[in-house]
Write a protein that binds this ligand. Sequence first.
Ligand code: PAF
Length: 300
Amino acid sequence: MIARRMALVLVRTIAEARAAVRRAKREGKRVGFVPTMGYLHEGHLRLVDLCRERADYCAVSVFVNPTQFGPGEDYERYPRDLERDRRLLEARGVDLLFAPSVEEMYPEPPLIRFQIEKLADHLCGPRRPGHFPGVLLVVTKLFHILEPDVAVFGQKDLQQLVIVKRLVRDLNFPVEIVAGPTVREPDGLAMSSRNEYLSPEEREKATVLYRALQRAKALVEGGERSAAAVLAAMRDVIERVEGVRLDYVEAVELETLQPVERLEGRVALAVAAFVGPARLIDNLVLDVRDGQVREVPAID
Ligand code: PAF
């Protein structure tokens, strides 16, 4: 007999989402979860593929979370198209799409907030105060609602991934966090819903983030171990492109996200830059030991 896949179920309330997941669990299924803010691209869909490889039942959330946006950021204009997302997820074999309203997730202003030590001191942390506490708030709520056994996060948002892994460790969430490699356009630009903001000319310029990371990688592969030298080379690549405003380039140790002077062990090179109306981020994780340099597309 050929097993027939069930169609995707779209739910808008916490009660419906809980009931659907609990039904799957009662059937003995391992539940996987991919949290997203929607306007899905191939990068998200690869996370879905990973989720389906590791679980019997795959839930995806689409929710543009207001608590992780600061004043003046792009909460209002963040692209949204739930019907398109629904079609893409159904084609990829997703079982449950949870797309709550803001009122459903935040019926009253939350009074409990996360405070993050050390892991948000660098990279995007100081530039987007309140962002990671807002991410942890919504991720915690989504984990409580969907009770996944495994959850998949993209490595493009490396700082978020490292902080969520630590959340799960510190607060004993019974969920395995799996990293999904960054998915790139043919010219290297990391896929992001925010690429939607770019004009064709800006889209072309945006590849400079990838080129700066490739320059850094070539230097490290060539034996350079001084973080200052590699970061200066990255800055140089980026500052040559008119219309691109560098926010930061940093080299950090992977587990602590603290700056390093020497590129040894597991390190991340990370960049953020404004290209036209979009603030874009990208990174590269390297494992440098015994004279060998290995790129780590998905951290464990
Ligand atoms: O990475 C994202 O899209 C968001 O930060 C997340 C994890 C869905 C929380 O809103």
